[in-house]
Design a protein around this ligand. Sequence first.
Ligand code: SF4
Length: 422
Amino acid sequence: MNAHAPLPSTECGVSVRAEHGQRAVFCGLTGIVWLHRKIQDAFFLVVGSRTCAHLIQSAAGVMIFAEPRFATAIIDERDLAGLADMNEELDRVVTRLIERRPDIRLLFLVGSCPSEVIKLDLSRAALRLSRRLAPDVRVLNYSGSGIETTFTQGEDACLASLVPELPEAATTDELLVVGALADVVEDQFARLFSDFGIAARFLPARRAGQMPPVGRGTRFLLAQPFLADTARALEERGARRIAAPFPLGAEGTTEWLRAAAEAFGVDPARFEAVTAPGLRRSRQALAAYAEKLAGKRVFFFPDSQLEVPLARFLSREMGAELIEVGTPYLHRGHLAAELEWLPDGTAVVEGQSLDDGLDRCRLARPDLTVCGLGLANPLEAEGLTTKWSIELLFTPIQGYEQAGDLAELFARPLERRARLEV
Ligand code: SF4
């Protein structure tokens, strides 16, 4: 049975309500696909089933010749029946792995539904293995289980597990940018911050030994909207969040940068001078897609937690009309600036009742439906045009130079549909 609990609307006039029921989202293991590319000397060992192995293998599209930086320690039926000592087996697998891959500096034991079901304590396993493998390899753990996490929460859990390990900050004048960004995007942001005169560090760093320090006085800027636990862990270490929208589109990027610049006392004239070229380029790039997206009616199913910032971008910068913005979780604090920017009356739905969402979507017949892979094919078969939300995680979309690519991701399925209908 589905329960619909109306929540108080936000002060900005957006209508937010919570919905409970069946969900159709990937589990948090999916995050390994982009995280293993980001931290170059880390390895992700999923302690899970063959299903888990298939999920990340197919999501990552790993070829048989590749030497990937993730694997699955399979819990088979014998283990589930409690006949084998999983801890001994895990130690054996990790020992073999480290012998074969001496380049690994950081090993994540990633929990799954099966490891949770058999109550395998991965935090104790991580401590035991860390002691044995120190100082060469650090072992951490987090859960990517579908019981506990959806899709992007895997990144949140991974980064939150890193926070207690971060060195204590000696100085208080560094900016910490939090959230996995494609290297090319990170480099662009690092240059902009440097031109403002701000020393910026990024979490996660590209190498285990270069993770940024944190401490009282650290100010951090979230680069992704799904990092609630990581933000809380940083705040517990004394860091303070800089309130900002997210760096999607020309406007989002400018205001995200401005929030940091103001927090660090950057002269407004210097801010304008540094941002002007990127802002101009991004506006030009967006103009090429404005005609294709203006007036298009868009429906978001809850999936990646990027929905609210993406909806804001489509509505404010591309002139799209928002029918419904579904999101698995809504952090009202972290998304305050984004909610403020949504048009009055926008229907934001937190959580999911899959059948009800599908009914509303079918009734509305949107021009574009942003949804998970599992929903896309059936909806396409019904004549709806869809965008896979997972692509928005695998593609660099943040910042000025990527604003045009972001718009293109939404324009492409509309063009494809138009060609098919000619
Ligand atoms: S963690 Fe759970 S939901 Fe994810 S692939 Fe494994 S069994 Fe499936």
